[in-house]
Design a protein around this ligand. Structure first.
Ligand SMILES: Cc1cc2nc3c(=O)[nH]c(=O)nc-3n(C[C@H](O)[C@H](O)[C@H](O)COP(=O)(O)OP(=O)(O)OC[C@H]3O[C@@H](n4cnc5c(N)ncnc54)[C@H](O)[C@@H]3O)c2cc1C
Ligand code: FES
Length: 354
């Protein structure tokens, strides 16, 4: 079974006043377990004030850099991001889970294509890994970045992005949008919106052979840009997105009100073992009931976003209250987010091994 590994903090860099990047010292014996694809993330775990706090952070380094580095922006009042920005030091030990995630850009060294990235704030992290990887390992391809921030001071990796532009003049382009600092060209003033994405599509993307759009940031940006790209005729499977946090009210497509039943016999398959949990509606979600029964399964955000708690319904029925983490095809295949699901039949079998 994949597991947490204790690693040392090798380097810690202040990227902006409210963000740090952190490099792990991954020992030789673990290097293969930690090989990752650009866009993937790790779960980081630490006991903070007696609580087992787990959060997901994307790699900002490229897989072949030999640097296992993540970047963390401080969220006001945030348990882990405050700890990482204020207390973590070089030499400290921290637990990390092996890399995972479907928001990836696999490299094809022979192709000649264009990749487009839209990032807002800390959403630059996985996109940065993709940019570095494409520029170094897809020698004929181009990457075009559209990156939104409040101002220049809070733009994570501003210098690294400018340096990449100097090295890869022909194959890398980037545009910065500022919401609280005036910039010379009116178009780049304010947030990245669907309207702006439509203009970019009509004038630039439609003339290029684009193989993928990669969106990472707040849900409003992701939804608006995706809607406009689809309206412009782009195929759904070319648009990839990663959400870090679900702000605001969830729209109807993401919410449902399943009728949990009072008691259910829930058979859990995990690591090839079968364990029966007697679910009671006061247990809360299936994940809560599983953890209460002492079964060790993966989870992180508990907010329906990261999909770490994904499992498949093999028999019976279970339904989700909220879903930001699964694609429609995964739901059609019987997958659920166990942190958001309740059993809706008297017997259910759920596999974490699928
Ligand atoms: C797949 C994935 C990859 C991620 N990668 C990164 C990354 O590379 N860099 C990074 O900085 N973060 C990343 N995140 C977000 C990260 O996992 C945490 O959610 C974030 O750091 C906040 O954790 P916290 O413990 O500090 O805040 P919490 O204690 O969990 O929350 C404190 C308060 O802040 C709100 N909140 C939580 N998260 C956010 C947010 N992102 N923005 C605004 N308000 C928030 C909560 O609702 C709560 O009110 C990623 C999330 C996912 C799901
Ligand atoms: S733990 Fe993140 S979606 Fe369930």
């Amino acid at each position: 079974m994949s597991q947490f590994h204790s690693v040392k903090i090798r380097d810690l860099r202040q990227e902006t006043p409210d963000s740090v990047s952190i490099a792990f010292d991954v020992p030789e014996s673990l290097q293969s377990k930690f090989s990752f694809v650009a866009g993937q993330h790790v779960i980081v775990r630490r006991m903070i004030d007696g609580e087992d706090v787990r959060r997901t952070y994307s790699f900002c380094s490229a897989p072949t850099d030999g640097d296992f580095r993540i970047a963390i922006r401080k969220v006001e009042g945030g348990a882990f991001s405050s700890f990482a920005n204020e207390d973590l030091k070089i030499g400290d030990m921290i637990e990390i889970f092996e890399p995972m995630g479907e928001f990836t850009l696999p490299i094809d060294a022979a192709r000649k294509t264009h990749h487009i990235g839209f990032a807002v704030g800390s959403g630059i992290t996985p996109i940065m890994s993709m940019i570095r990887d494409v520029l170094s390992r897809e020698p004929l391809s181009h990457f075009h970045l559209y990156y939104g921030n409040r101002d220049a001071d809070h733009t994570i990796f501003a210098e690294a992005i400018a340096a990449l532009k100097n090295t890869y003049m022909e194959r890398f382009s980037y545009q910065l949008f500022m919401s609280r600092q005036a910039v010379d060209i009116e178009f780049f003033n304010g947030r990245i919106t669907g309207e702006k994405a439509a203009v970019l599509h009509a004038n630039i993307f439609s003339r290029l052979d684009v193989s993928g759009y990669y969106l990472c940031g707040p849900i409003s940006m992701i939804d608006d840009v995706r809607t406009q790209l689809l309206a412009a005729g782009e195929a759904e499977d070319k648009i990839h997105s990663e959400l870090f946090y679900a702000d605001g009210e969830a729209d109807e497509a993401r919410v449902s009100k399943p009728e949990a039943i009072a008691k259910s016999r829930v058979k859990i398959i995990s690591d090839g073992r079968e364990i029966v949990v007697d679910y009671r509606d006061e247990d809360g979600t299936i994940l809560d009931a599983v953890l209460k029964a002492g079964i060790d399964v993966s989870f992180a955000c508990k907010g329906g976003v990261c999909a770490t708690c994904r499992a498949r319904v093999m028999f019976g029925e279970a339904d989700m209250v909220l879903n930001y983490g699964l694609e429609p095809e995964e739901i059609a295949d019987g997958f659920i987010l166990t942190c958001q699901s309740v059993p809706t039949s008297k017997e259910v079998t759920i596999s974490f091994d699928e």
